[in-house]
Design a protein around this ligand. Structure first.
Ligand SMILES: *[C@@H]1O[C@H](CO)[C@@H](O)[C@H](O)[C@H]1NC(C)=O
Ligand SMILES: *[C@@H]1O[C@H](CO)[C@@H](O)[C@H](O)[C@H]1NC(C)=O
Length: 496
């Protein structure tokens, strides 16, 4: 088999940047230093409508925020967006190309390094909740141009206070599905119906069928963060005191929920889908995949090129260390036993897992997920059902094996399996006291990768249909453009 590049991990960032630049639509992107930009503004005596964007400094949050800012900036050159990034994120994406009216401002890291973020998401959340507000305030004090609006990730629970104290309208960017939002938003209904507090052995199998627009689901499929009664204040604080609520959802997937919220909530709601991923996808299909890879590509791409069409299962449990070593071992042994080809991306225990995985599996520390999902060798995706991965899989039309672990992943898995019918469950949820066994994993992986079986053919068909429906959303004149236009107009109305 093709061998694994030892330096893969360290080259990850370089590749990430290279790909990001490669992606950029030539018409829209360009780099102009802030100073030049400000000078040109002074010369022209226009005062731009200034927007401050504050993403949560974590993977899965930054890209949707940049997507949103770029889309809005491209709608009107009167808008100037200042995106606040921590030093760490500046080092990752500081040189990425972006519209000339989007610029970056830097604040110190909340914690020393990314390693900490991956290993201890809860600790990182606490640091972001307590240590980031002050440097953002200081930055606000220094801004010369007055602000029309602040756009903040909903996970930045202090953003409402910051904007409120300065009397600036707040737009909150919701990083998960609209369905997860509406569950938090209708928390009172859960309480009234005896579905909170959650006790799985008592009410886990009861049906939640009273949340406007949301297809019925079991209590056990509610976001896992709701399991602990004492966490209620924490997730309720996520429901922001904002004027605008922005989703980064694919409208086709959650139109009923979004429509219900637009009618019933006090927010002005805009859904700005994953446009950059969509454009990137088209770019991948039209450019990269048509010609065979030359020299200088990463080893995993060469390996993928060597595999038969639709024969490889892509496996990713997300970027956090979230399951036990024992569970990782069972997965590795199960994949090996299945006899199927697979590409497993994991930040942890790569070397040890490689040994268990054997000949047919390639284990890498990083890969370009969207590219992999589009590669002709791919036959399926084993996913932890993070919202970002879920959207990428839908856009790529890839059938899924679901293995939800934390947060909002259980409701995403439920939607994938029961509503969209484009995947099967490996397990309903990861349970560290009751591991998914290697033999069970081998069995389901084998069945799933048998592309000719009628049940699997149905999954493929459904995934394709959904993909086509999503494509229509981004085609000219469809919902994405209308929503961006609407939000940009609202921003300009707030201009001072
Ligand atoms: C989604 O997550 C994958 C894997 O972590 C990453 O490669 C990709 O850049 C992310 N995409 C977005 C749009 O955040
Ligand atoms: C959950 O319900 C079970 C069965 O009724 C009970 O034994 C257990 O104490 C409950 N757990 C909590 C945390 O209330």
């Amino acid at each position: 088999m093709c061998s694994v590049g030892i330096a893969l991990e360290s080259r990850a960032i370089a590749l990430f940047l290279r790909l990001q630049s490669a992606v950029a639509d030539a018409e829209a992107w360009g780099l102009i230093a802030e100073v030049n930009y400000m000078d040109s503004i002074v010369n022209q005596k226009i005062s731009p409508c200034h927007v401050l964007a504050v993403p949560y400094p974590g993977r899965g949050h930054i890209n949707p925020m940049l997507d949103l800012c770029s889309a809005v900036a491209q709608k009107s050159t009167d808008i100037l967006v200042t995106v606040v990034l921590t030093e760490e994120w500046i080092s990752f994406i500081g040189s990425v190309s972006k519209p000339p009216n989007v610029r970056f401002a830097t604040i110190p890291n909340v914690l020393p390094s990314e390693l900490v973020r991956g290993a201890d998401p809860r600790g990182f959340w606490t640091a972001v909740s307590t240590k980031m507000e002050e440097p953002v305030e200081r930055l606000l004090d220094q801004l010369r141009l007055p602000l029309a609006i602040v756009i903040a990730d909903a996970f930045l629970i202090w953003a409402g206070d910051v904007a409120g104290r300065r009397n600036i309208p707040l737009a909150s960017l919701w990083p998960m599905s609209a369905s997860a939002f509406t569950v938090f938003y209708h928390f009172d209904l859960l309480v009234q119906n005896g579905h909170f507090p959650i006790n799985i052995s008592e009410n886990g199998d009861e049906i939640v069928d009273y949340i406007p627009g949301l297809p019925p689901l079991l209590v056990r499929d509610l976001p896992k963060v709701m399991r602990k009664q004492e966490d209620a204040p924490r997730f309720l604080r996520l429901v922001p005191r904002a004027k605008f609520l922005i989703f980064s959802s694919i409208y086709e997937l959650e139109s009923q929920v979004i429509n219900a919220l637009k009618q019933q909530s006090p927010y002005s709601i805009y859904n700005i889908g994953p446009a950059a991923s969509y454009h990137r996808l088209n770019h991948i299909y039209s450019n990269y995949l048509t010609s065979p890879h030359q020299e200088n590509v990463d080893d995993y791409l060469q390996w993928l090129d060597c595999q038969p069409p639709r024969s490889v299962l892509y496996v990713s449990l997300g970027s956090f260390l979230s399951v036990s070593a024992a569970q990782m071992d069972e997965i590795a042994a199960g994949l090996h036993e299945s006899g199927c080809r697979f590409l497993w991306v994991t930040r942890v225990e790569k070397t040890r897992l490689e040994k268990i995985c054997g000949e047919k599996g390639l284990v890498v520390g990083w890969c370009d997920q969207l590219y992999v999902l589009c590669h002709p060798s791919q036959g399926g995706f084993w996913t932890h059902c993070g919202w970002n991965s879920t959207k990428e899989a839908v856009l790529a039309g890839m059938p899924l094996l679901t293995f939800p672990i934390v947060m909002d992943q259980a409701p995403n898995a439920k939607a994938i399996v029961e509503d969209w019918k484009m995947g099967w469950r490996v397990t309903r949820e990861y349970d560290e006291d009751n591991l998914a066994s290697s033999s069970m994993i081998a069995e389901i992986v084998q069945r799933f990768m048998d592309l000719e079986s009628p049940e699997r053919k149905e999954l493929t068909r459904n995934a394709r249909q959904l993909q086509e429906a999503c494509e229509r959303e981004f085609a000219n004149g469809q919902s994405f453009h209308k929503e961006v236009e609407g939000f940009a107009t609202s921003i300009l109305e707030n201009r001072l």
